[in-house]
Design a protein around this ligand. Structure first.
Ligand SMILES: NC(=O)c1ccc[n+]([C@@H]2O[C@H](COP(=O)([O-])OP(=O)(O)OC[C@H]3O[C@@H](n4cnc5c(N)ncnc54)[C@H](OP(=O)(O)O)[C@@H]3O)[C@@H](O)[C@H]2O)c1
Length: 263
């Protein structure tokens, strides 16, 4: 049974640990977090053993690195002796935005195969989208094991590394933008008299429905928008109001701003 270690079980690391716990892969989970209570709460929810970073580095076959990008170098330096001492190296999976495979190889050492991923937090409920790029030395067997391990996280898309940062502003950050949009939809409904709880549920289901329609029909989003906008109807008036406030431009700028953020 493979041992999957998570160093950093915060929002994203925790979401991926939840996905791993639900996957086809029967594995032993090791959970390490700076604030131990967080890992203990997660272990209470999904099972697994709470441990420290070095023990996770010594015992895992797969090591998910879930600390913030600016903490990666320091955290990896602290586990590097444990990794160097191992004859059979674990495969590492890095979710750190902006840290490329070349840098990860430098930090982890050449003999540690690395998969770089850009996940999103909906992995926790099996509706994430995870872009992934295998680094040098990742075998076909490891790729297959990774797909199975992350199968319960949602959509997986293997991409060239240069697309990783470009798409991250959409997929990694987009959940936050979608939540802002749902909050605003609900606020509008509340302003018109809908009770808050229902307004939020309606907003979420509206987005889920729109997303499923798009994915299942393969239609262009503009075509689905047109299908809702009856001539002379109310929706086109709403679209007019959104366009007046430069809605699409605002969203595009958000994606580009995230892409241009330097770590
Ligand atoms: N959030 C997202 O939607 C998202 C999407 C795509 C990629 N990512 C990537 O995911 C990574 C984590 O982001 P996040 O949003 O999950 O941040 P987060 O919630 O702050 O999680 C980071 C976790 O790392 C722990 N930590 C810090 N130093 C540590 C160490 N030396 N050893 C063990 N644990 C340590 C922190 O512990 P404490 O409890 O002590 O703070 C915290 O629980 C980042 O690299 C980010 O780029 C995040």
């Amino acid at each position: 049974m493979p041992v999957i270690g998570f160093i950093g079980t915060g929002n994203m690391g925790g979401a991926l640990a939840r996905a791993a716990a639900r996957s086809e892969t029967k594995a032993e989970l090791l959970l390490a977090n700076r604030t131990r209570e967080k890992a203990e709460r997660l272990a209470g929810e999904i099972g697994g053993t709470v441990t420290d970073d070095v023990t996770a580095a010594e015992q895992s076959d797969w090591l998910f690195l879930g600390v913030k990008p600016h903490m990666m170098a320091e955290m990896i330096a602290s586990i590097r002796p444990a990794l160097d001492a191992r004859e059979k190296k674990p495969a590492a999976v890095s979710m750190a935005a902006g840290t490329d495979l070349a840098r990860l190889r430098e930090l982890l050492g050449e003999r540690v195969p690395v998969i770089r991923i850009m996940p999103n937090i909906a992995a926790a409920v099996g509706e994430g989208v995870t872009l992934w790029t295998p680094g040098e030395g990742v075998t076909e067997e490891q790729k297959a094991a990774f797909r199975e391990m992350m199968g319960a996280s949602g959509m997986l898309s293997e991409v060239d590394e240069h697309l990783m940062d470009a798409a991250a502003g959409e997929t990694g950050c987009g959940t936050a933008y979608a939540c802002l949009f749902m909050e605003a939809l609900a606020d509008g409904a509340v302003a018109c008299g809908v009770p808050r709880k229902q307004a939020v549920e309606y907003a979420a289901q509206t987005l889920r429905g729109a997303a499923r329609l798009l994915l299942e029909t393969g239609d262009h989003p503009g075509a689905l928008k047109d299908a809702v906008c009856s001539p002379g109807g109310s929706t086109i008036q709403g679209v007019r109001a959104l366009e007046k406030s430069a809605f699409r431009s605002a969203v595009m700028e958000a994606v580009i701003a995230a892409y241009e953020k330097k770590f």
